[in-house]
Design a protein around this ligand. Sequence first.
Ligand SMILES: [Zn+2]
Length: 368
Amino acid sequence: MRYLPESGTRKMILPSKYVQGAGVLNQLGTYVKQYGERPFVVSGRTSFSKVKARVQASLLSAGIPLVGYVDSVTECTRAKINEVSAKAEEIDADIIIGCGGGKAVDTAKAVAEKLHVPSISVPTQCATNADGMADAVIFTDDHKFVEDLHLSRPPVLVLVDTEIVGRAPPQYIVQGMGDALACAFEKPAYAASQRAKKAGDQATTAALDVNLRCFQTLMTHGLQAKKDVEAGKITEAVEAVVEAIKLQSGFGFGGGGCAAAHAVHNGLTSLPGIARKHGEIVAFGTLVQMVLEKRPMGEIERVMRWCKSMGLPIRLQELGQLDRGQLYLAADKACDPSDSMVCMPFLVTPRMVLDAMEEADKLGNALS
Ligand SMILES: [Zn+2]
């Protein structure tokens, strides 16, 4: 068969190891030892206070004591990355462990990239799937988006202790599910647009299959997992949902693959008065994407009912104190050429986004 260069390259980016279960943090030392001898932790203060003793004990029992740590990450900024890199380099750290939420693990990954050493992610909550990704989202000190820094490699290990992430405040796992919900819609849209553009990088079928599996897991186990976490129980439903968020949702895309849902999020967060978190706004963005795609009403309603049962927003008024007259500004911003709306497989205009937001809101009101 003749080689067709225009068919692009199927590409998949994954962490080398993914380990999840109750109590697995105690195995950290054994795993770290496979990659380095001078581990350095990058974390936020609250996160690290929860796991510090166990991290240190596990490393010590493997014969590789912690050589240093920074537990002051509150935002993944360029300044913080430089500051932590200098400190880790000074004491000759040869493996970086990111411990906490998205900001801490993103900072850790960026530091590891600068130092040319491997990184490990140890999440302490489930609001994000940043742990296994080969990118770091850079912000300013006051949480303004700067850039999505693409890294040469993802972490060598994502170690998810469900006793820890499952006992974080329940809203985190709900936010994580809201964010993960988008993957079953954004990833196929992104893949289709890459195909249409005959882009160099194409999605693998394997990644798309896993992303769809994530969606099924959320629909099947999401509500039970929420109830179990609220009741302080780590059950099979919780394990299934944690895997859906932490492994399946971004599977194989390495940090790329967003489309309308995240672009709508970025548009909405540019407005004053938004009072919801990333994953919650992305969930609403997913509903807007479904409307843009003209999905069957039954399908939109099913996802909307699920969102409602989870406490995820299905109406504009649930997002915060929005000035409806400014909604067009959010629609404009969502269609910024540098944003992921361009990864939709058809042209999306600000007018279409505005109409879709209004339409999703109308459907949400009918269901409420
Ligand atoms: Zn997201």
